[in-house]
Design a protein around this ligand. Structure first.
Ligand code: NAD
Length: 330
């Protein structure tokens, strides 16, 4: 059976081919992201697969459905880029690669936290100039600190395990409490308490209308002046202008970001020949208390293999009339 794979990167093809070693599916790899301009590439293809920067807004979903597409297998856990209302309207089944490697993202969150706490960006910039003086590089120890986790699903729970290992006090906010987190000693509290008491705040919630700009000017004002904020969830959970202001005015201490509100067209691309002009991103990049990774928290061998295996299982589930990992509006 034919499957069109949009946003197919060279690095993931070997994993998808290995997961499809039986040859059950014939993949057409398209390097480009899905857009209204190339949606015709999916014409007459019942099944397609997409990643986070593919356009899955209503006009594209409508065209896909008119062209005969029935299934969109996401190669991501996040599905905030899919118009689920339109997907339902056009009878499109959406499945995701849920929980492919929560530890991969949780480990990256802990890396960004440690790099912030130990002034890694500042020290690397200074050492490159052969200045090995330690002035201003005094770090913060993590043991005994209070960590606030927003969103205790798969990744937030994995992060709680790591932070427990560091000897931290754990606070969390999530409308749905995790038994695993409670067993670990996580104390659930309201957001205001979490903002006020946490030394480190790590975001692991879904992006939805409720969490869009959850970290806004008001939230940032409540945080400690040396707080470390980490975002590996989705860029728009943080109001970028508000966080830039909070960093500039020393309302918070550090920001570690793997995801960026305006990352579309920026991340996953080589900009060496077309310099970046986004003033917000340039500001963040210039700050020595900001560490940036390019939406690479998921990017481990284990995660790529698991995404590929789950994608094959999702395709098989659909053709067997028993879709798994389906996401839909509640
Ligand atoms: P998950 O569905 O297991 O957990 C998400 C949690 O968010 C759930 O427990 C849910 O109850 C909670 N939540 C929903 N609304 C909330 C609210 N208003 N406030 C607080 N919590 C709320 O998802 P996951 O796999 O753990 O993914 C977590 C986040 O990480 C998602 O945003 C996902 O898109 C992102 N992610 C990023 C990368 C990366 O490479 N940076 C990779 C995978 C996932």
């Amino acid at each position: 059976m034919d499957v069109v794979i949009f946003s197919a990167s060279e690095y993931e093809k070997p994993y998808l081919d290995a997961a499809n070693a039986s040859g059950q599916f014939t993949f057409s790899y398209i390097e480009a992201h899905l857009t209204p301009n190339n949606v015709s590439l999916a014409k007459n293809k019942k099944m397609i697969s997409c990643f986070v920067l593919d356009d899955l807004s209503e006009p594209v979903l409508k065209q896909l459905a008119q062209g005969g597409t029935e299934l969109i297998a996401l190669r991501s856990a996040g599905y905030d880029h899919v118009d689920l209302v339109a997907a339902k309207k056009y009878n499109l089944t959406i499945v995701n690669a849920a929980a492919y490697s929560p530890s991969a993202v949780a480990e990256m969150a802990s890396l960004l936290m440690l790099a912030s706490a130990r002034q890694l960006i500042k020290s690397q910039r200074r050492f490159r100039d052969n200045n090995y003086r330690l002035d201003d590089l005094v770090g913060v120890g993590i043991e005994g600190k209070t960590v606030g986790i927003i969103g205790t699903g798969n990744i937030g729970t994995a992060f709680a395990h790591i932070m427990k290992g560091y000897g931290c006090k754990l606070l969390a906010y999530d409308p749905v409490k995790s038994d695993q987190c409670i067993a670990l000693g996580v104390n659930y509290c309201d957001l205001e308490t979490l903002y006020q008491e946490s030394d480190i705040i790590s975001l692991h919630c879904l992006l939805n209308p409720e969490t869009h700009h959850l970290i806004n000017a008001e939230a940032l004002t409540l945080m400690k002046s040396n707080a470390i904020l980490i975002n590996t969830s989705r860029g728009a959970v943080v109001d970028t202008d508000a966080v830039i202001h909070a960093l500039e005015s020393e309302q918070i201490g550090h920001y570690g970001m793997d995801v960026y509100e305006f990352e579309k067209g920026l991340y996953f691309e080589d900009h060496r020949k077309a310099p970046i002009v986004d003033p917000r991103f340039l500001k963040l990049k210039a700050m020595s208390n900001v560490i940036i990774t390019g939406h690479q928290a998921f990017f481990t061998e284990k995660a790529l293999a698991q995404i590929a295996t789950t994608t094959i299982e999702n395709l098989q589930g659909f053709i067997n009339g028993n879709p798994v990992n389906q996401v839909s509006i509640s």
